[in-house]
Design a protein around this ligand. Sequence first.
Ligand code: SF4
Ligand code: SF4
Length: 208
Amino acid sequence: MNDFFKKVSLYVKEAIDASKYLLDGLSVTFDHLRRRPVTVQYPYEKLIPSERYRGRIHYEFDKCIACEVCVRVCPINLPVVDWVMNKETKKKELRNYSIDFGVCIFCGNCVEYCPTNCLSMTEEYELATFDRHNLNFDNVALGRLPTNVTTDPSVKALRELTYLPKGVMDPHEVPDSDSRPGKLPEEVYDWMISKDSKEDKPQTLPKN
Ligand code: SF4
Ligand code: SF4
């Protein structure tokens, strides 16, 4: 008889524990039900990177003097400056320049210290590739003009997480009356269409 009661009490305890875990899970679900969405519908929508965003490095071959300052200031001596000494002119001749973005930590040291400003950081962050060796950019790849979210006609550029008020990053407990800073994707699209039909100027986003 004693065994029977023990088994029943164990079963009841387990049932109570299970319902507690279930309620814990559901509380997370309900918590998310009452917050505003933060989703960006990538790749159809993209957030505009901040002004000083450190993205893919752009390089101008013609301005480079092969001084190798960028190599010395790089924490991992990453840039490869391939040059030969011209014995007649006694000057360095630059052959190739490369940076492996699979290793680069985008600290910006090379850009900061380059004496001829031939390096700059762009807003480009879409560097994903199937083969990591493709991340080793030579001077031609580094010299390619960067893409820009705001000038790409195939994406809707978002200034901030559109559904939240300016400066708010936590989507919980934001009253419905608080206005959002950016436009919703469909509003941006409508604005672009209406502006396009009025004038032929290049597209820029409206100020909020
Ligand atoms: S610091 Fe600038 S100029 Fe000197 S090698 Fe590097 S990229 Fe070229
Ligand atoms: S950004 Fe930093 S890690 Fe990358 S190449 Fe320049 S100095 Fe090196």
